[in-house]
Design a protein around this ligand. Structure first.
Ligand code: PEP
Length: 250
């Protein structure tokens, strides 16, 4: 049985007020979910401690949106995987397309971050996805499989249970456009095949879909056989929408 996961990526949104109002509601609603979905909240790193504090004793997990390529040292402004683990995070998001596009993260850097996160005992949520141009040129599967291969080249295939891959077509993130369930399924199947070729127990690994997931499209996406949950941006800032998406799994 694969893990089913729905993760909230708050991105650069939030405040102490939002933490105080949103997290207890997610906690309460998550407790009443009748499926086995793992719920994860990934706030900006400055709020990790406060979010974790409000989730004591709850099943809802906390993750970091990003970790540094280094564990410590003269890297002003960075947050390490060790620090995330120290504060109670159990997940690290790595390779989000906004990090790749806006902060110049290459596949090599993403691979380093994957290694740091695993060294720190975190589960990795690796984001991959093609741009609209790459899709129009028929390169989507090749691009995504190459990202998977490069990011996980240094990972012992025996550690696959610590890795979750989130397929997020870049053109669908924050745009209101969603991949059709069929297109998303086809990509998830290709990712699973790639993981299998790399020696991972791919059928036991969780693959998430992300990109404008909303309560009204989540059910169709999650019904696909290779989609094990979602990575949610905008809709994760509304407790009702986020929980409705969690409820749509399984
Ligand atoms: C994301 O940031 O990972 C994401 C999927 O955003 P949105 O749901 O807003 O498209």
């Amino acid at each position: 049985m694969r893990r089913q996961i729905v993760a909230a990526n708050w991105k650069l949104n939030g405040s102490s007020e939002l933490v105080q109002s949103l997290v207890p509601r997610v906690r309460e609603m998550a407790a009443s979910l009748d499926n086995a979905v793992e719920v994860v909240i990934m706030p900006p790193s400055l709020y990790v401690g406060a979010v974790k504090g409000l989730l004591q004793g709850s099943q809802v997990a906390v993750g970091a949106q990003n970790v540094a390529r280094w564990q410590a040292g003269a890297y002003t402004g960075e947050v390490s995987a060790d620090m995330a683990a120290d504060l109670g995070c159990t997940f690290a998001l790595v390779g989000h397309s906004e990090r790749r596009e806006l902060f110049g993260e290459t596949d090599t850097m993403v691979a380093e971050k994957v290694s740091r996160a695993l060294e720190s005992g975190l589960d990795v949520m690796l984001c991959v996805g093609e741009t609209l141009r790459q899709r129009e040129f028929g390169e989507a599967k090749a691009v995504v499989c190459r990202q998977v291969e490069r990011a996980l080249a240094g990972v012992d295939p025996g550690r696959g249970e610590k890795v979750v891959v989130a397929y997020e077509p870049v053109w669908a993130i924050g745009t209101g456009k969603t991949a059709t369930a069929e297109d998303a399924q086809a990509m998830h199947q290709a990712i699973r095949e790639k993981l299998s070729q790399m020696g991972f127990a791919a059928n036991e690994m969780s693959l998430l879909y992300g990109g404008s997931v909303k309560p009204d499209n989540a059910g169709a996406l999650f019904a696909e056989p290779d989609i094990d949950g979602g990575l949610i941006g905008g809709a994760s800032l509304q407790a009702e929408d986020f929980i409705a998406i969690c409820q749509a799994v399984g």
